[in-house]
Ligand binder design. Structure first.
Ligand code: FMN
Length: 368
């Protein structure tokens, strides 16, 4: 079943396996895509239908991590095009994840802290962040334009689509969340206002793609269905957003969860998977991508049975670039991550998460 073709918006993909977007911290010092990144993606594009490349900065202020790849200026188009060519050559479709870190940006990468902007001047509860500067109304519009210009560049680079990064507490989620957005203008307050940044952007992006794309080009949206904090995003908020994205005919939705059958992180007494609780607002004509803990054939099949059109995997593909073939051939999947498998700077970063990687005994990180 997973090894059958499908369509996401106007784009045909050869199977239901997707490489989840994963930051590599490994661009060249000028934020162009490095040779190590090209090799890393090329190896993994062989057995999946679609690769979603790492969170990609849409402007100078958008950078959230060191050595993050970018589409913030035209000069980034050639190296991004080379990346697309490498992914296509290996047989997968290429989607770029467009991103702005907002208040979640790593403050140490900014010479001028006033470049760290967010809906409101409220610090995120993370050591590496500082209190952001609240965007002016003009900056709100200019940031939407940065996303749109980045989409134009993605079209020029030959991507098959873009995914708007509306998940994992970054800028688009910060606009939607009553915790990080306490604006008093038309972009804050009511749920209509908190979703305005996202929905205007999606509407404008659709129009731009219609006008500029000369090949099939999709527009996807990744979201985190809930936040733990109160106030914070609830399932009721997410239902509203999904309905609105459906109405705008988004090409796919990507639920960012730690496990593809995750239940609520707010209402912990209810253990029904979120995909079931959201089923009344999930439009069967709009493909849904699931992610989180998808390792073996039984996970893939369970996820597809639950209604995901495609399954994305992150860590498993880091550890085993030929994951898709292993599923078909029913051969064991590699779970030891060694230096040769990923760019050097990504390998260094993975060490910071050694404890997380070891959880559940899924992966081990090996230094020699
Ligand atoms: C090294 C690493 C980098 C990540 N970077 C991103 C990113 O750039 N954008 C994003 O939306 N999620 C990112 N994620 C989250 C993954 O896309 C995915 O949702 C998560 O790893 C859970 O899937 P898994 O259990 O298959 O790894 C990252 C995860 C890892 C491990």
């Amino acid at each position: 079943m997973f090894n059958t073709p499908t369509k996401i918006g106007p784009v045909s993909i050869k199977n239901r396996l997707v490489m989840a977007p994963m930051t590599t911290y490994s661009s060249n010092p000028d934020y162009t895509v490095s040779d190590q990144e090209m090799t890393y993606y090329h190896a993994r594009a062989k057995t999946v239908g679609m690769v979603i490349t790492a969170a990609t900065a849409v402007s100078k202020s958008a950078h959230a991590f060191p050595r993050q790849i970018s589409l913030e200026a035209d000069r980034f188009i050639p190296s991004q095009k080379a990346l697309v060519d490498a992914i296509h050559e290996a047989g997968a479709k290429a989607v770029t994840q467009l991103h702005h870190g907002g208040r979640m940006s790593d403050a140490s990468i900014f010479d001028d802290p006033s470049h760290i902007v967010a809906p409101s001047a409220i610090k995120a509860d993370r050591d590496f962040t500082i209190t952001p500067r609240a965007m002016t109304l003009a900056e709100v519009k200019a940031t939407q334009d940065d996303f749109l210009t980045a989409i134009s560049r993605a079209i020029k680079a030959g991507f098959d689509g873009v995914e708007l990064h509306g998940a994992n507490t970054y800028l688009l989620q910060q606009f939607f969340s009553p915790q990080s957005n306490q604006r008093t203008d038309e972009y804050g307050g009511s749920i209509e206002n908190r979703s305005r940044f996202i929905l205007e952007l999606v509407e404008k992006a659709k129009a731009l793609i219609e006008k500029e794309a000369t090949q099939p080009f999709l527009l996807g949206y990744r979201l985190s269905p809930e936040e733990r904090e109160t106030p914070g995003i609830t399932l009721a908020d997410t239902r509203y957003l999904i309905n609105a994205l459906n109405a705008l005919e988004i090409d796919y939705l990507h639920l960012s969860t730690g496990h593809y059958l995750q239940s609520s992180i707010r209402d912990t007494d209810n253990t029904t998977p979120l995909i079931e609780r959201l089923s009344d607002v999930l439009d069967p004509d709009i493909p849904l991508i699931g992610v989180g803990g998808i390792n073996d054939l039984s996970d893939v099949e369970a996820a597809l049975d639950h209604g995901y059109r495609c399954v994305a995997t992150g860590m498993t593909l880091i550890a085993d670039p030929l994951w898709g073939d292993k599923l078909i051939n029913k051969t064991p999947i590699n779970t030891t991550i060694t230096q040769d498998l990923v760019p050097d700077l990504m390998f260094e970063r993975l060490h910071r998460w050694k404890r997380i990687l070891a959880q559940g005994g899924r992966f081990t990180l090996k230094d020699d």
